[in-house]
Write a protein that binds this ligand. Structure first.
Ligand SMILES: Cc1cc2nc3c(=O)[nH]c(=O)nc-3n(C[C@H](O)[C@H](O)[C@H](O)COP(=O)(O)OP(=O)(O)OC[C@H]3O[C@@H](n4cnc5c(N)ncnc54)[C@H](O)[C@@H]3O)c2cc1C
Length: 516
């Protein structure tokens, strides 16, 4: 029984765009999303979407910057596909109605960390994601696409080693539902909510990784998680992202002594890769009596600050900070899941008929660290390829990966007993402290033991698959064990007991599959 040609889980940029493309092939498409159609990470993206469209810039520069940020772990073929398709996919967004900002009729380009050129298209100043999300969700209504909001997907149905459908819980009428489809697409976004301090919305609990893991698909590189260096740190509000584009406009990071410290850490200073800026901030905070450093825009003309960053200006103003005159207190926060469900360049996972795109996927474009503003792009480039691949009737290609040996992890778990003493907050605090910006083997071991003991208890509950906590525990477990297994530092993964990048880990990924 097949209800749909394509069932898409998630309604961020990746889910909405893939649905539109699938529907243009005259196929029957369904979107299922756990809250409202527009609630997702995409809505909060500020900086924009990267493409080498400046006449001085070119694909090669963008590829090189992406590979450099990825610290030796990017898949070059996937990066080439990402970057050479960028302009066509951005034209698609424009055709759907997204209005990027222009100056004198020319698209205006922002600069972000680790980019060698200004190449970030933005909309509404710093409301790029909100404008994309509004435009695509409006477009969905013009198409013949079936949408279920407030519906939580808790399991992928697998038959004869193929994904054939999903089990969901309708939060409005309380009913459990099953839907069957030829292609199941995970577009469930990231997992910032696993960490106590994060820039992400509450829906970002990593469900897609757990769904794929339970279904038997390969999960890759979960030790790589990006912490954004500059989230607003203020007792009155949760961490709110202060986009890297702000530093791209010339904002300076200052410590408690008002020193501009970034030049002591990297030649690109404020525009160094995110992991370097985040660790520099943690180091500066540890030398002071404060829990933040400062971002200084006071030397930039106020009109420029207000017109370029209206959302940041308004948000800060609401708590009494005028960013054109006052310093902004900032600290790092969890931001972007780099690892995820392993896919090839057609978005195919290792389970037949299961696809993944957007932040949940590990396509290989980010390597060990994501280049800013490549992620909105990733969602549409690989979403398009999934629509083409599935709708044009190509057969699934088998992939083979060398899984990590997890004997060391089994040793750690040996005498651990189940514990009911847990909550989402306990998990978030453990992840922040033990699996956060700066890690070490003992802290990771402690995290593995705790999470495993909580998983033992949680796994016994009925209906657990329809709770976020169950999926968060799975994802946290995969992150902690991957971080423990990678005995080196690289990109966003930094361990004080293995501070060097090791040659033996060059090009080596952390592949995990349930039961192996
Ligand atoms: C504050 C912020 C600023 C950012 N700025 C930028 C930027 O400037 N440029 C850039 O490129 N990237 C940026 N990013 C990252 C980027 O926004 C995300 O990587 C991207 O939007 C992810 O899109 P997505 O479609 O994969 O997932 P999302 O947009 O997160 O959508 C995921 C969807 O899946 C649904 N879902 C999840 N689990 C389930 C389930 N079990 N059942 C049903 N539905 C489910 C969610 O409800 C949601 O609708 C930013 C992120 C944040 C948080």
């Amino acid at each position: 029984m097949k209800d749909y040609d394509m069932i898409i889980i998630g309604s961020g940029i990746a889910g909405l765009y893939t649905a539109l493309k699938g529907s243009e092939f005259k196929k029957k498409v369904k979107i299922i999303t756990k809250t409202s159609l527009q609630e997702c990470n995409t809505k909060y993206a500020q900086g924009g979407i990267a493409a080498a469209i400046d006449p001085m810039d070119n694909f090669e520069n963008h590829v090189e910057d992406t590979l450099k940020a990825g610290a030796g772990l990017c898949d070059k073929e996937a990066v080439d596909i990402l970057i050479t398709n960028a302009v066509d996919r951005i034209v698609d967004l424009i055709n759907y109605g997204v209005m990027f900002d222009t100056v004198n009729g020319v698209i205006s380009l922002g600069r972000e960390g680790a980019h060698s050129f200004s190449r970030v298209l933005h909309a509404g100043g710093d409301s790029t994601g909100a404008i994309i999300e509004q435009t695509l969700s409006k477009k969905i209504k013009d198409y013949d696409i079936d949408v279920s909001e407030n519906t939580y997907v808790g399991e992928i149905i697998v038959e004869n080693k193929k994904a054939v459908g999903i089990k969901a819980y309708n939060k409005i009428n309380g009913k459990k539902e099953e839907f069957y489809g030829s292609a199941i697409v995970l577009a469930t976004g990231g997992a910032g909510e696993l960490f106590y301090y994060n820039t992400t919305p509450e829906v970002a609990t990593g469900d897609g990784v757990s769904l794929a893991w339970n279904a038997g698909a390969v999960i890759a590189d979960m030790e790589f998680f990006q912490f954004h260096p500059t989230a607003l740190k203020h007792p009155k509000v949760p961490p709110f992202l202060i986009s890297e584009a702000v530093r791209g406009e010339g904002a300076i990071l200052r410590n408690s002594k008002m020193e501009a410290f970034m030049k002591n850490y990297h030649p690109m200073a404020e525009l160094a890769p995110r992991d370097i800026v985040s660790r520099a901030i943690v180091t500066e905070i540890s030398k002071s009596n404060e829990d933040h450093v400062y971002l200084d825009l006071t030397h930039i003309p106020p009109e420029r600050v207000i017109s370029r960053f209206p959302t940041i200006y308004r948000t800060c103003k609401s708590i009494g900070i005028d960013i054109s005159k006052d310093l902004i207190p900032v600290a790092p926060a969890a931001h972007f899941m780099i690892g995820g469900v392993k896919t090839n360049t057609w978005g195919e996972t290792t389970l037949e008929n299961l696809y993944a795109c957007g932040e949940v996927a590990s396509t290989g474009v980010h390597g060990a660290n994501r280049l800013a503003s490549n992620s909105l792009l990733e969602g549409i480039v690989f979403g398009k390829r999934i629509a083409e691949r599935t709708m044009l009737g190509y057969s699934w290609s088998k992939q083979k990966y060398d899984y990590e040996d997890i004997t060391k992890i089994k040793e750690i778990e040996k005498n651990v007993n189940e514990s009911n003493e847990y909550s989402v907050e306990d998990l978030q605090k453990t992840m922040w402290k033990n699996v956060g910006i700066i890690r070490d083997g003992n802290m990771l071991k402690e995290a593995i033991k705790k999470i495993y003991s909580w998983k033992l208890a949680n796994d016994k509950l009925d209906d657990k698959i329809y709770t976020e906590l169950y999926h968060m525990l799975n994802v946290a477990y995969l992150m902690a064990i991957s971080a423990y297994l990678r005995t080196e530092s690289r990109g966003s993964h930094y361990r004080t007991d293995y501070p060097e990048t090791k040659e033996e880990w060059n090009g080596r990924h952390t592949y995990l599959v349930k039961g192996e």
